[in-house]
Design a protein. Structure first.
Length: 129
């Protein structure tokens, strides 16, 4: 049995299958889930687990070379916006509609219990060397 890191077997397995350039959408409970990508749904109750908890756990495990979020987060959810800007100084922003379109090309979607608007980010996996 693992003693540290991500313990959810479905999420740990999905992360192990990712490669350079693969997309991982970390999203709130309201984000539409497109058909196609593998989905690991961690939502338990509204707010649990939070977007910040899940994002930070994933960043402990992944090499990320880029991130894209909806520009609407800046006004609608200042806390999530500040978190994203802190974690990703080169954060790329697009409209929420475009982020939804881009999410269809993700290899993995991780749904959190976050219940505040626009707490979504599409990560682009990098390499560790």
């Amino acid at each position: 049995m693992k003693k540290a890191g991500i313990l959810n077997r479905h999420l740990a397995g999905a992360l192990a299958e990712l490669g350079h350039g693969d997309g991982v959408l970390v999203c709130d409970v309201g984000m539409p889930i497109p058909a196609g990508p593998r989905v690991v749904d961690l939502a338990f109750r509204a707010g649990v687990p939070s977007f910040a908890e899940v994002l930070d756990g994933l960043l402990d495990e992944l090499v990320v070379e880029g991130a894209t979020a909806a520009r609407e987060v800046q006004e609608a959810n200042p806390d999530a916006s500040a978190l994203l800007e802190k974690r990703f100084p080169g954060l790329w922003t697009v409209s929420h509609e475009e982020l939804k379109s881009l999410s269809a090309g993700a290899r993995l979607i991780v749904r959190t219990g976050e219940a505040r608007p626009f707490a979504n980010v599409l990560l682009r996996c990098g390499v560790f060397f």
